[in-house]
Design a protein around this ligand. Structure first.
Ligand SMILES: Nc1nc2c(ncn2[C@@H]2O[C@H](COP(=O)(O)OP(=O)(O)OP(=O)(O)O)[C@@H](O)[C@H]2O)c(=O)[nH]1
Ligand SMILES: [Mg+2]
Length: 617
């Protein structure tokens, strides 16, 4: 019988396990061209050639079975059947990279020694071919007595043969004598014997395209020029191209609001729908194009292998502040969202390094800040070009990078020292971008963004709307009603605290509300300013017209800058607090994170506003 068997996917990081997992199960787990993408096990179902279902477990990559980092521990525990929530696999699909067969057999031989049936997949045969490497899979198969399947998983090449192997009624254990001695050298000698005569390299020493590219892309000067151009291009697109789809979305929500207004009698319910729901959610959804553009660029950089180079370049800077080079995948992922970023610290062996990285991860400018940045930059530079706006945006990102480094240095100095762990940064080969993978990732990210808008942001918008509507004053004037409402009173209460930063009580409402999630600042502004006088004006026009007591514009350059700086540093994300608490297993660090980041954000914004006073009026 071959039904309901469980296969585990095992291999070094970046060998293509998740790619194969997705191909077998039809799922869409994240794939990217750098090591350490998968940090948790994932379970899915596939079908063999007879139509029988089997279970597949995708595992985090591991260099060996005696590794110490938490993600590698998951792999080891699942293979040994030590995880109560996961069945011990019936067989292992062991992936090795065709280009680095010797090195990858270090883990593979350890896996063979577990006593489970094994199927060996030699993946990335396309890359091997490009480098003139040929592998005699049949000979290896004879030696091991198990199926050895050459594949190119990303193009589904070899799937047929793998399916045949998976469907075999009797899965065999390899003919392999365990390496008794724990010494790596002994193991490598045994691997050499095993692989003898199976790997042939063509005579001419080929320089791979990767090496040529790297001469420019990780060049100490050119490398940075390229990186800045790419990031500049990203932000430029964000401010220029995104305008068209944004207008479209804006128009759609405006139209929706009109429809409701035309069909419903005036009253609180109608106001809830038009201001709270359509205004609040629409205010955030309008930034969907920006989110998609951001993830297009991230996907492109990840997919080609370029992002791994960026982490290599950063590593030189990184060690300067005492941070482990492995911190880079977590920090880089945090630019999308701090939550997967913090989870990615599981690839790090030292608990201390994990903690430092977790503490600084929320300073990276995550995608939830994008709507806030875009809105404030547009207010600040009403007649600015896309290039000027992009420049401000780069400034904000640079500020966040400086923040990451500074606080990494501070924590490294203050936290108790532990033993140093060595690590080797692995550079994956460049590859042509897979548009399918990039589109999928944009789709997944867009879905997450919209789901968030439809749940968290929607809920918060309704609460905010209620807080700006009740208790009701007798006044017909929107602004007076707002001041009288619960939200208004809250804003007025904290106004003295935020006044030195250049904010009025209305901004205060947005600031407090966005402690749940940053984007809520944007939806709060929609609710506040559109609620006041539901004219045709857009939120941004209304905000631009907003004045202070002295008649000067409320959102002047100074205030916008101060707000931007606040948003660069402040810890405004409840989900991140929850993840920090879970990953560090203590409230202490989660609370410290909120306090230090918000405290610093306050000081930095205060300094910005006060110093700005000397230059701008
Ligand atoms: N050239 C080539 N690239 C491949 C092949 N299979 C997968 N890839 C690419 O290799 C990269 C890594 O793939 P993943 O599936 O994320 O690797 P993984 O083993 O799950 O990595 P971790 O989760 O970090 O352990 C991706 O960019 C894939 O598109 C292949 O056969 N040939
Ligand atoms: Mg993976």
């Amino acid at each position: 019988m071959s039904s309901d068997r469980t296969f585990a996917l095992v291999g070094n990081p970046n060998t293509g396990k998740t790619t194969l997992f997705n191909a077998l199960t039809g799922l869409r787990q994240k794939v990217a061209n750098y090591p350490g993408v998968t940090v948790e096990k994932k379970v899915g179902t596939g079908r063999d050639r007879h139509g029988a279902a089997f279970t597949v477990i995708d595992l985090p990559g591991a260099y060996s079975l005696d590794a110490k980092s938490p993600d590698e521990e998951v792999t080891r525990a699942v293979l040994r059947g030590e995880r109560p929530d996961t069945p011990q696999p019936d067989a292992v699909i062991c992936l090795v990279d065709a280009v680095n067969l010797e090195r990858h057999f270090y883990l593979a031989t350890q896996v063979m020694e577990l006593g489970l049936p094994v199927i060996v997949v030699i993946n990335k045969t396309d890359e091997a071919e490009e480098r003139g490497i040929t592998i005699a899979a049949k000979r290896l198969e004879e030696r091991l007595g198990v199926s050895v399947v050459p594949m190119q998983a990303n193009e589904r090449v070899g799937m047929e043969a793998l399916q045949v192997a998976l469907s075999a009624s009797d899965l065999a254990q390899p003919q392999w004598t365990a390496v008794e001695d724990g010494d790596p050298a002994t193991r490598y000698t045994a691997i050499e014997t095993l692989l003898e005569g199976t790997v042939a390299r063509s005579e001419e020493d080929r320089q791979t395209p990767s090496d040529k590219w790297d001469r420019v892309l990780v060049h100490p000067i050119l490398g940075w020029v390229v990186l800045l151009s790419i990031v500049g291009g990203l932000f430029f697109t964000l401010f220029s191209l995104a305008g068209y789809p944004m207008d479209l979305i804006d128009g759609t929500f405006g139209w929706l609001g009109e429809q409701v207004e035309a069909r419903m009698a005036e009253g609180d319910l109608r106001a809830l729908i038009t201001e709270g729901i359509i205004g609040g959610v629409g205010g955030v959804v309008i930034f969907l194009p920006q989110i998609l553009i951001l993830f297009f660029f991230i996907g492109l950089m990840e997919n080609t292998g370029y992002l791994a180079r960026v982490s290599f370049m950063m590593d030189r800077l990184m060690s300067g502040v005492g941070l482990n080079g492995k911190a880079f995948v977590p920090v880089l992922s945090s630019y999308a969202c701090a939550i997967p970023g913090i989870m990615a610290t599981r690839t790090m062996e030292s608990a201390r390094d994990r903690l430092i990285t977790t503490l600084i991860a929320p300073i990276t400018s995550c995608s939830a800040r994008l709507p806030v940045y875009v809105m404030l930059i547009a207010l600040m530079l009403p007649v600015g070009t896309a290039g000027q706006k992009a420049l401000v945006m780069i400034g904000l990102y640079v500020l966040s990078i400086i923040g990451v480094y500074t606080f990494a240095w501070v924590f490294n100095r203050t936290l108790e020292k532990s033993e140093k762990t060595l690590m080797v940064l692995e550079l994956p080969s460049y590859q042509r971008p897979s548009w399918r993978e990039i589109t999928l990732q944009m789709y997944e990210r867009g879905k997450i963004f919209l789901r968030r808008a439809g749940t968290v942001i929607l809920g918060l918008s309704i609460v905010l709307w209620a807080m700006t509507t009740y208790p009701k004053s007798d006044s017909e004037d929107g602004s007076e009603q707002l001041a009288y409402s619960a939200a208004g009173r809250l804003g007025k209460t904290i106004e003295p605290v935020i006044e030195p930063l250049g904010y009025d009580w209305k901004m205060g409402i947005g600031l407090v509300a966005s402690f749940a999630a940053r984007e809520v600042f944007v939806s709060t502004m929609s609710i506040i300013y559109l609620g006041e006088e539901a004219e045709e004006d857009s939120v941004r026009d209304r905000m631009a017209e907003e004045t202070r007591a002295d008649g000067k514009p409320a959102y002047d350059v100074r205030t916008c800058l101060s707000l931007l700086v606040f948003y660069v540093f402040a810890m405004q994300c409840l989900s991140t607090v929850a993840v920090t608490r879970r990953e560090t297993n203590s409230w202490r660090w989660a609370i410290l994170q909120v306090v230090y980041l918000t405290g610093f954000a306050y000081l930095a914004a205060l300094a910005t506003y006060q110093i700005g006073g000397f230059f701008l009026s």
